[in-house]
Design a binder for this molecule. Sequence first.
Ligand code: SF4
Ligand code: SF4
Length: 409
Amino acid sequence: MINDLVKELENEVGKCISCGFCESVCPTLPAAGYNLWKGARGRVILGKELLSTIKDKETINVSDSFYSCLDCQACLYVCPAGVNAGKVSHISKSIIASDTITGNQNPLAKMMARVTMRYMNPLGVREKCADWFKGMKADPDSNDLLYTGNMYQLMAYNKGMDSMRERMGKNLSEKMSSLVSTIPGLMKLTPVKRDEIIGQKMDKTLSNIALLLRKAGISFNYLGEAEPYPGTFIYDLGYLDLFEKYAKKIAKILKDSGAKRIITVDPHTYDLLKNVYPKYVDDFDLDIVHYLDLIDKSSFIGGSDSITYHEPCHFSLRDDAYNRPLETLKTVANVSLPARSGRRTKCCGGPDELIFPELTRKISEDRYRELQETKAEKIVTACPICFSNLNKGPEVIEIGDYLLSKLKN
Ligand code: SF4
Ligand code: SF4
């Protein structure tokens, strides 16, 4: 695998003409005080450096540059040479994470990958992620499986993880992470605290999504406490060998449930299952949809609400852009999009929250300001990570909550 990765990296970085256009759209560059190595061009330069290091068989010594990349792919759409600095970062993380070369793995990244492998959830809280469904009934005979992937639920624990790290400081938290990645069971002994405010908010959004589906006549199964996380972190952090094993295990669980169609609720799980799983799991033939695909746009009352919509990178910046949320919103409200939208949408900074929370804070504040500049009365998000990061005022609302309030009868 390492040789293929090196070839891929060579191909990607070889195209760069060092013009710097990518730096104008890369959200991490201004957030990191214009530190070259935390921007798109710097990552491509480091990708070249990583290659020369491998060829010389010296110890890899690269900065956290690749780990701070959001993989938002905004750089790809302005690069005259077609370089994807997000891809450069992902391949580079994969080379760093590969078993044959060690030396610069981020301790937190390693911990998340190991804990996910052990508990099928990056923080070991899988069972708690079913609490939102209490009092509701699943339909085990349905061909449809509602798959939350634990994503909305994890937002409450991410905040707890963030404050735990702040209290511990960088050095101690890295030491703890190294220890937990060696003994993942320790995660259960030091459970991450749940932020009740965001937790209850996210639970309510999931209930509203379930209600929207029921009102649309969809009866679905749900795995409850057995529902696993899809493995997004393992893939994003470059642990490709582990991801392959993990994805096969999760695909089997989904298939064994008897489902033919998987109803996802967030952009990360949708993108991973639709675009990445088929590359790693043979015969992955489950039909992957987003819940809004199943809800007729004519089910909502049209109105004159003034809203803006923050388009998630994993919907808008992928080859096969997914626009159903925006199309649905346009049928119910007056939508004014921010300056950066569509193929030029700007990441909320969420993917950096675990390892570089200070970058996430700056990027999300910046994006929130851009959304406010539209002067819309409401800011609608369609991703738990975007909501959690942009939730800086009462006007920010999740699309499931908003659409439920617009449902006819
Ligand atoms: S825009 Fe493309 S060619 Fe220019 S520096 Fe960035 S990656 Fe290189
Ligand atoms: S993928 Fe996003 S964060 Fe990463 S280099 Fe490109 S623009 Fe910057």
